[in-house]
Design a protein around this ligand. Structure first.
Ligand code: ADP
Length: 306
């Protein structure tokens, strides 16, 4: 059955140390990474679109060209005069990665400023994906604009998918962070948290506590990721199930483990409708993603023999 997936958030320019003082340019961001992996694994009769705002400058042109080159649609991306995409740099020192960010005035912060535009994109979609990072970059008013559209989508029977992706450095106030993440979950039909983040920031003592907390908010479907310890799924009207993580021979770069899991899981779920099988498939993809460098790993490298 054909359908349309929309992922909402911020894609940034990535600068990574190459040789000496040279930098290599790429593009990444959790919601875009998820769209990328969904596109890799969804059938051709599904469209995948990205929703954000970019500027009118050359960097923005290049980013749109890159997004299109991955097969992800850019028709819903709004262009804002005088702004540019956010940027981050990955520093490598003795094999350890650290990050610097320039995103405080990024164009993506205005992604919800045109409510009619946002509504049209949401109304044109069957599955809408967003994250705690999407919410973290928005002003309180813009969060409310976005969440009210997503609540409408949920009420209209669309699938609204939320990865809390809790990143305290993006929030200036911890209470607002927890409140906003909770409001994001309430607007969703499927929440896909990582247990590590949930236990650290919400104080969940075990995975059952995470399931209970999101279930109590009216979230019908929950997928708790727990790194190498596996995945627990609680889907509406079904007992919860555990699915083991796949084994990784050699961890090369854990960037995008959760995002690739989300994209592959959604792609499999919408096509086959079986959450446990979708989790098994996504665990295999995520395990192969962390066996390679970078957030966006090419399809050939993700096949079982890759
Ligand atoms: P996030 O990257 O969002 O913190 P997780 O660390 O829970 O999310 O990882 C997401 C998924 O990636 C897990 O559900 C699991 O399938 C896979 N994964 C992550 N780390 C490992 C690992 N060390 N071994 C095998 N699979 C892993």
């Amino acid at each position: 059955m054909a359908g349309r997936l929309l992922s909402i958030g911020e894609c940034m320019v990535e600068l990574m140390q190459a040789e000496g003082d040279l930098l290599r340019k790429g593009y990444a961001g959790d919601s875009f990474n998820t769209a990328y992996y969904a596109r890799l694994f969804l059938p051709a009769d599904w469209s995948v679109d990205y929703f954000t705002a970019v500027g009118t400058d050359t960097v923005s042109d290049d980013m749109l060209a890159f997004i299109e080159s991955t097969g992800v649609g850019t028709d819903h991306i709004r262009r804002v005069e005088g702004r540019s995409p956010g940027l981050y740099m990955i520093h490598l020192k003795d094999g350890e990665r650290s990050f610097s960010y320039w995103r405080s005035v990024s164009a993506a912060k205005t992604l919800a400023d045109d409510a009619d535009h946002l509504r049209a994109a949401v109304d044109a979609s069957d599955v809408i994906v967003f994250s705690g990072i999407t919410l973290a970059i928005l002003s309180p008013d813009a969060v409310e604009t976005l969440l009210s559209e997503l609540r409408r989508a949920k009420a209209a029977g669309r699938t609204v998918v939320f990865d809390p992706n809790i990143r305290p450095r993006l929030w200036d106030d911890k209470a607002r962070m927890l409140e906003t993440i909770t409001a994001g979950a309430r607007a969703s039909t499927l929440v896909m948290p990582s247990f590590d983040d949930e236990s650290t920031h919400f104080g969940d003592t075990d995975i059952e506590a995470t399931l209970q907390r999101y279930g109590a908010l009216g979230v019908d479907n929950i997928v708790v990721k727990d790194g190498p310890n596996g995945i627990t799924l609680a889907f509406k009207d079904a007992p919860s199930v555990f699915v083991a993580a796949a084994t990784v021979d050699r961890i090369v770069d854990t960037t995008s483990a959760g995002d690739s899991f989300n994209g592959a899981f959604l792609a499999h779920l919408v096509e086959h409708g079986n959450p446990a099988e979708a989790a098994g498939f996504a665990a295999g993809v995520a395990a192969r993603v962390i066996g390679h460098h970078g957030a966006l790993v090419a399809r050939e490298k993700l096949l079982p023999s890759g």
